[in-house]
Design a protein around this ligand. Structure first.
Ligand SMILES: [Zn+2]
Length: 94
């Protein structure tokens, strides 16, 4: 892959990875008699990941928001890094 993925692309990829892990987990032989199979498995995995994602993202988004508040622009300069805006921290977080 060339270039850097956007945050939205990374989140979408993480969602697909989560669904894939969910599909594998629901079919895990270690579940024994509770192991699932069939066409419902991807649907159940998608539903589970979709339901859980906001709760998993919330702490991360909260910390990113708090970090961005520490790097606000003042007269064209980052108030924390004292470099021209956007500072490297803001560039990495957006
Ligand atoms: Zn900064």
């Amino acid at each position: 892959m060339t270039g850097r993925m956007t945050l939205a692309q990374e989140l979408e990829q993480a969602h697909r990875n989560g669904v894939g892990a969910g599909i594998a987990g629901l079919q895990d032989p270690a579940l024994g008699a509770r192991r699932l199979s069939g066409r419902a498995v991807p649907v159940l995995a998608e539903a589970a990941v979709s339901s859980a994602t906001p709760f998993l993202r919330a702490p991360l988004l909260g910390r990113i928001s708090a970090a961005l508040l520490l790097h606000t622009a003042s007269d064209g300069w980052c108030s924390t890094c004292v470099v021209s805006v956007p500072c490297p921290t803001v560039q990495a977080l957006r």
